[in-house]
Design a binder for this molecule. Structure first.
Ligand code: PMP
Ligand code: GLU
Length: 394
């Protein structure tokens, strides 16, 4: 059967593909160490599960979840309290994950041929979502020599004729966080243009060392009218399987997103929203999130140290999210375990097939010199996996 041109041009998500392959191998008894999954290894906190279970048991099982209005209020209150953003509940849409929020925004904002600036390395799904909305990605390269960060001048130089920019700090895949000063400079450049900003703040709570998180739209009073903030529960609250995210922004965008969703997913799962409400309102939240953050911080320092100790591997210590993105290109041109290594795809293949270590190739993130490792796994698994990689690359 002939599929649409749109979907024919879209490859599967590399992050999802590697994660699923690693899980498949594990389920069939292979001892795979997975650095693939961008998902916390912790379980969802009990009080969040309890709230959802109670909603399920008490009949919150219809269209129009009982907690929908309170959840939007709670998200608006969170944005005011924690992010210094002037936001009302009617500016919030709860979506089926942050991925869905960004996809909706691409559909609602882009006309065919509209250009979107995307700093590279980027999260795999941004260019594909832009393509599915018939838009065009304009890559702003941010190399390792610049700490994987773009400069404000790159925005100034590329904004003519572009409609929007997607920002993501802390970043997937690099684990890099812009400082508030750097983001302010970027904000200044954005305000010299007509760009709409999609600020993907999904890793907001996972910040390490001296790094500080700041919501992009809070950096200037003129930014909220052109910025849509995207966030969700997957990473902060270990709720990847719940599929809950949200966006907050100008009323006309929110109205467009609601109309699209009304023909598409209607609303996210009713009783799951009761769990999300608990996550944003229960006093236990700060403590459990902080506990997970501290654990990720230790792992991030450790995995970067261990990677840097391998010859031909250079890794920036992460300041956010739960990824490291080491440059492994010194090994390109070698033959490892019978595989000729010409780039990140080959290296990831050799690591999985011959060393039972799942890493995600850098190519689908726009940087073939690197591979991505998620450290959302235990210290024991990290050591075991890095031992295997060190042996492969020796
Ligand atoms: N943005 C980034 C940068 C991500 O890494 C992810 C990971 N899944 C998402 C958005 C989407 O998350 P979710 O759909 O699980 O909320
Ligand atoms: N965002 C995570 C990752 O990059 C989860 C997988 C996905 O949604 O792409 O691994």
């Amino acid at each position: 059967m002939k599929l649409s041109q749109r979907i024919s041009a879209v490859p599967p998500s590399a992050t999802i593909a590697i994660t699923m392959r690693a899980k498949e191998l594990q389920n069939s008894g292979v001892d795979v160490v997975s650095f693939g999954a961008g998902e916390p290894d912790f379980d969802t906190p009990q009080f969040i599960k309890d709230a959802a279970a109670e909603a399920l048991q008490t009949g919150d099982t219809k269209y129009g979840p009982k907690s929908a209005a309170a959840l939007k209020e709670a998200i608006a209150a969170k944005l005011q309290r924690e992010n210094n953003l002037p936001c009302q509940a009617n500016q919030v849409v709860v979506t089926v994950g942050a991925k869905h929020a960004i996809e909706l925004l691409c559909q609602v904002l882009l006309n065919p041929g509209d250009k979107v600036l995307v700093p590279s390395p980027y999260w795999v799904s941004y260019p594909e979502m832009i393509k599915l909305a018939c838009g065009e990605t304009v890559v702003l390269p941010a190399g390792r020599d610049n700490g994987f960060k773009i400069t404000p001048d790159q925005i100034r130089d590329n904004a003519a004729g572009a409609k929007a920019i997607i920002l993501n700090s802390p970043s997937n895949p690099t684990g890099v966080t812009y400082t508030p000063e750097e983001l302010s400079e970027i904000a200044r450049a954005v305000l010299e243009t007509d760009l709409i900003v999609i600020s993907d703040e999904i890793y907001e709570k996972l910040i390490y060392g001296d790094a500080k998180f700041v919501s992009f739209a809070s950096l200037d009073p003129k930014l909220p009218e052109r910025t849509i903030t995207v966030n969700g529960l997957s990473k902060s609250f270990a709720m990847t399987g719940w599929r809950l995210g949200w966006l907050a922004g100008p009323a006309e965008v929110v109205d467009g997103v609601r109309r699209l969703m009304s023909h598409q997913t209607t609303n996210p799962v009713s009783f799951a929203q009761a769990g999300a409400l608990a996550a944003y309102t229960d006093p236990q939240s700060d403590g459990v999130v902080e506990q997970m953050r501290q654990e990720f911080e230790k792992r991030g320092i450790h995995i970067a140290q261990r990677l840097n100790a391998i010859d031909g591997v250079e890794c920036i210590e992460p300041t956010g999210a739960f990824y490291v993105f080491p440059d492994v290109s010194a090994h390109y041109g070698r033959t490892l375990s019978g595989v000729e290594i010409t780039g990140s795809m080959d290296l990831a293949k050799a690591a999985l097939e011959s060393s039972n270590v799942a890493v995600v190739p850098g190519a689908p993130f726009g940087e073939d010199n690197c591979v991505r490792l998620s450290f959302a796994t235990s210290m024991e698994q990290i050591d075991k996996g890095i031992d295997r990689l060190a042996e492969l690359l020796a």
